[in-house]
Design a protein around this ligand. Sequence first.
Ligand SMILES: Cc1cc2nc3c(=O)[nH]c(=O)nc-3n(C[C@H](O)[C@H](O)[C@H](O)COP(=O)(O)O)c2cc1C
Length: 269
Amino acid sequence: MNKTFNSDLCSKCGNCALNCVMGLIEMKDFPEMPGPEAFCNQCGHCEAICPSGAINLDGLAKGDYMDNSERTLIAPEQLGFHMKFRRSIRNYDRKPVEKEKLEEIFDMVRYAPSAGNGQPLEWTVFTDPEKIKEIAGNVVEWMRDMVNQKSPLNEMIPFSPMVEAWDNGMDPILRDAPCLVVAHAPEYNKMAVTDGVIALTHLDLALPSFGMGGCWAGLLNIACNQHHPLKEMMEIPPENAMIYPFMIGYPKYEYQRIPGRNEPNIVWK
Ligand SMILES: Cc1cc2nc3c(=O)[nH]c(=O)nc-3n(C[C@H](O)[C@H](O)[C@H](O)COP(=O)(O)O)c2cc1C
């Protein structure tokens, strides 16, 4: 990766040096990177913050250039409403989720922060209802085995009623969602779990703007942690650890109001 400083354009404001996460840029007559480039995590902040466009990082996928004057801030009331109105969706319309829309959403999600700008996430997206049913069915088979076992999980999850619901044609695991996405990352990257949860939270928050909604697939996640064939069935690469599965679809019902929540528990110092 090459970072070039264009001295003709540089106004010597020093913003690039002040905003470099690793403190790699020194402001002399012009910005310079005297240390080893290997420490640069390629976050692109120097290029993005430069008022005169004097910094160019090649080797990076170009981010979208946005003139500050074109930027529209979301008003706090609008954002607050959007965040509070987001719900976990458990009943989906049969309408399939369009690949183009998912691509648009993942284009936003890839901007979620990641430790050291590592961007370690890989995604597997299922849109075949038969395959999603097969995955849910496999979780139910694991639950069937769990019903008579002495496990602390039996106190947390109502296995029997869930198996019964499945046998009666319902899907309490993946809620007949038309789409299932799974975030995974190389097993050796111990920071990737946090990165994955952050990215999934961005995804969750992006969905309502597309008329969609989703739900963290916690039951599938627990089953995957206990029951190894599921990871193979979902074709997660063996060298990767699953971070979390998430259901997506068009909500069948519309929420009419925002439910209550606890007051924030904060200690002010
Ligand atoms: C990590 C996690 C796992 C979850 N797993 C499930 C699940 O397996 N099935 C389900 O119906 N809801 C699941 N949920 C949704 C929660 O029940 C939901 O977030 C909570 O009831 C609050 O509702 P809200 O998201 O609409 O505000 C999960 C949520 C999280 C954050």
